[in-house]
Write a protein that binds this ligand. Structure first.
Ligand code: ZN
Length: 397
């Protein structure tokens, strides 16, 4: 009988209770979509049990969580989605902000591990059921590690909410940024050209900058949340120790790629400035299309910045290896503290800094310096636009 649960009465009807495990004061309830994937067979239950035990034996998870629900569910939407947009597991954000800890694991989404696509959990469990054992084509050990990794990663997100309110802070920061620039308006995700067309040039430029500022408003949080969660996932499943150098190389590569995305954005803004200056010098009207073109490039580049998981990984990993911090201490830090300690640890140990928000510190990505230089560029462009409007009759068209 499962008593303590965060599932709604509707969810309790929808999913079947599979098992309950207790780790000191932490109770874990496991549920499943009934009828689909043969979870009620000993071999499957055994795998799930092993994964749970492995994660919750770590004090970081056991002591920071009171009760947790894990739902293995069937998601048709996810199964049919394109590779790359398929979500393996998630914690519902409405649950994150409240008190309930519900982790959903999508059974029929195959995930990639170490570059190789693995089987869907569903297929593996079905195979176990039908054959009564696991065929050679299935790597049971890999499945177990995947489960451990996924559970630890998502549990870290839940703990982050409890300890540091990361998601709440992210929303607050976006709200603040939105309020500051409220009078300027908002830009759609996909097409900047359409939204900019209705505006005067200075407003269009401002709006574009706002969009980029907003993107970076929560960069620290993103890097912190996914970096720490990925590290905890690997730590709990034992993968971290096995390929430290490989992970670090990946982090560095992600940092370099992020840096190049940021430079591209800056370059595009510089060309916008160039177009304005050219128009002043040549006394020719500025073509709206040419600005729109740049705006779309800026937008596309900003949307392509995605390697927060890998970039962020190095931060807790370095703190753990060089900073003398325990898993529990790392897990209790908010984003600013974590990035600060990471910067200090790198400086002390003469390590290359991949990411920092401390002005003037040499790093592959110094987000603070980037913001400052973008801000300067914005002022310069706006100043030139004023000049352009004063100097010539030619409105931009
Ligand atoms: Zn995550």
């Amino acid at each position: 009988m499962i008593c303590m649960t965060h599932l709604t009465p509707w969810q309790r009807l929808k999913y079947a209770g599979l098992m309950q495990r207790k780790y000191d004061n932490c109770t874990v309830n496991v549920w499943m979509s009934p009828g689909h994937y043969y979870f009620d067979k000993p071999i499957a239950i055994n795998e799930v049990t092993k994964a749970l035990d492995s994660v919750f034996q770590h004090p970081y998870f056991r002591d920071n969580l009171n009760d947790v629900d894990i739902v293995f569910q069937y998601s048709l939407v996810q199964a049919l989605g394109t590779v790359g947009t398929r979500t393996v597991a998630f914690v519902k954000s409405s649950d994150l902000f409240g008190k309930s800890n519900i982790l959903f694991i999508n059974l029929n989404v195959a995930r990639k591990a170490a570059g190789k696509p693995t089987q869907q959990y569903a297929q593996i469990f079905e195979q176990m059921y039908k054959k009564g054992s696991v065929g050679e084509e299935f790597d049971l050990a890999m499945l177990g590690k995947e489960l451990e990794n996924t559970i630890a990663h998502e549990m870290t997100h839940i703990i982050q909410e409890h300890i540091t309110q990361a998601g709440r802070i992210k929303n607050q920061r976006i709200d603040t940024a939105t309020k500051i620039f409220r009078n300027i308006g908002s830009l759609s995700e996909k097409s900047t050209a359409v939204s900019l067309d209705k505006l005067t040039l200075d407003k269009a430029i401002n709006l574009l900058f706002v969009k980029i500022y907003k993107t970076f408003t929560h960069t620290d949080l993103y890097i912190y949340r996914e970096g720490v969660a990925s590290f905890m996932g690997d730590y709990a499943s034992g993968r971290y120790g096995t390929d430290y150098k490989g992970f670090m190389a990946q982090s560095k590569e992600a940092a370099k790629e992020t840096k190049s995305w940021l430079s591209t954005i800056e370059q595009h803004f510089k060309s916008v400035n160039g177009l304005v200056v050219e128009s002043i010098t040549a006394k020719k009207p500025l073509k709206r299309d040419s600005i729109n073109e740049k705006a779309d490039s800026i937008n596309k580049t900003a949307l392509s910045i995605k390697r927060f998981y890998e970039l962020g990984y190095a931060i807790p990993a370095i703190l753990f290896r060089y900073g003398g911090f325990t898993i529990e201490q790392i897990g209790a830090m908010g984003d600013h503290k974590l990035i600060n300690e990471y910067t200090d640890t790198c400086l002390k140990n003469n390590l290359e800094i991949l990411y920092t928000n401390r002005p003037g510190v040499h790093a592959i990505v110094n987000i603070s310096d980037f913001r400052a230089s973008l801000h300067k560029l914005r002022k310069e462009i706006l100043q030139n636009i004023k000049e352009l409007e004063a100097s010539q009759a030619g409105k931009w068209h």
